[in-house]
Design a protein around this ligand. Sequence first.
Ligand code: TEU
Ligand code: CA
Length: 563
Amino acid sequence: MTDDQWFREAVVYQIYPRSFQDSNGDGIGDVPGIIRRLDYLEQLGVDVVWLSPIYTSPQDDNGYDIADYQDIDPTFGTLADVDSLIEQAHARGIRIVMDLVVNHTSDEHPWFVESRSSKDNPKRDWYWWRPGRGAEGRDAPNNWESFFSGPAWELDEATGEYYLHLFSRKQPDLNWENPEVREAVYAMMRWWLDRGVDGFRMDVINMISKDTALPDAEPVPGSSMVFGGDHFLNGPRIHEFLREMHASVFEGRPEKLLTVGEMPGVTVEDAVLYTDPERHEVDMVFQFEHVGLGIGAHKWDRSRVDLRDLKASLGRWQEGLAKVGWNSLYWNNHDQPRAVSRFGSDAPEHRVASAKLLGTVLHLHRGTPYVYQGEELGMTNVPFATAADFLDIESVNYYALAVAAGGDAEHILANLRIGSRDNARSPMQWDDTTNAGFTTGQPWSATNPNYTEINAAAAVADPESVFHHYRRLIELRHTEPAIAHGDFTMLAPDHPTLYAFTRSHEGTDLLVLANFSGDELDLSDTITEPDRWSASTMLLGNLADPASPTAPLRPWEARLLKG
Ligand code: TEU
Ligand code: CA
């Protein structure tokens, strides 16, 4: 492995700073809080920490609406705190990756304040301004809807024109067609690298190149949203922009930096192009296919994912990026419900086993695994009681519009409990003291009441905990080359509850067996070469040692065998 592929042996831990650790009692997590918990991350063994945005922001979308890219929001601390975080993380061998949100800015960013001030302002063209349509221009320039409900256009009274916002109206989209915009973004990125950060997670980066004609979208029958994705996902100049960014920001740096592009709607074929090292675009992408499974025509209609579909999807990505490019691996993040509640079982008797099983399956795929804060404790979805408990803009807007449209409030609430991003954003559960040790004040978002049982202090003290299982998985990636570099082969794709695959590398074969159910699972008809595997070594299991490596799998049992 060349040095510039170090990320293949790395595990990334995502911190959502607002919910990680409060240090000053205002109920909101902050950078000094993160510094306090670096020893915990070092013990877990992660190589990289990715921080969700901490820049100056009105917090309309919890920091994904940035008003100053080169300063820290006072809620989270100061630039000096970030310098200290970088230094103290590096001292522990942990790299720091920042969130890069440059598809849009806040409407309070000085660029937008100038842009909206008049039609002939030099920064007018930095955003997407268009006159309205119809009689007296009262209709929006096209029919696209925002990801957060309602039209993707906002009329600005000052000049009588509309601006585009694919997300909230406080997140106007930047116009990447304008070379000044691109140069301003690259300069800002270089400034962060000079400060010592080790790379970027790039928010919705495959939306930055839009069809400049901004045509109407074809409404999809039965779909909940008029989605203009065909006109702004993986758009005409996207590869050009990413390569230009690479040349202008990353080339010639002394250290290989990490780049991961968040890309809704990306296909395997696109991802090969985005992540081919020869093309110099990004190291890996976050794709959305597996987290889109079980979602109906309406994005809030969710059902349990069929394991066969999950295997088919993840297996296709493994195959598609086997030779060229690289996968990122994740079950959840700050936008997704908790993994154990969604793909495992958060019932008390299965929670620990299924959380470890999920970790085992994910970390043994080929790609770079991402751990979302609290996943390593098996944190669950939150039992939100009323509509007022939901704070996220996407959830709040959906509830208001769906109720106004005559929807059944209980049904809408049920959808939110399953799918709301707020599930991922409750405070990190550190210990069993008040507010889970997250804050001495009033936490900004409700603490999950199960913190008395599920918390880091208890997990660190218990060698059989989810935490220590994740720690072992991370350690194994560093010591067993087949995990980072081996080929992947899916087994038994049609089995409804068995997730099984092999990894092979230079004469080493690994077999992963995982029972995604609460029933015992007999392996006799499912694995080839049973004799060989019955004599293999168990590298890791999530339950007490089985009678033999190929004994029937108990409920939610997972095994890693080396043959
Ligand atoms: O998310 C982009 C995205 O498309 C979705 O995951 C989105 O969060 C939501 O589920 C839409 O239905 C990124 C960030 O991760 C997210 O937190 C931000 O809200 C969003 O971009 C805008 O910056
Ligand atoms: Ca604080």
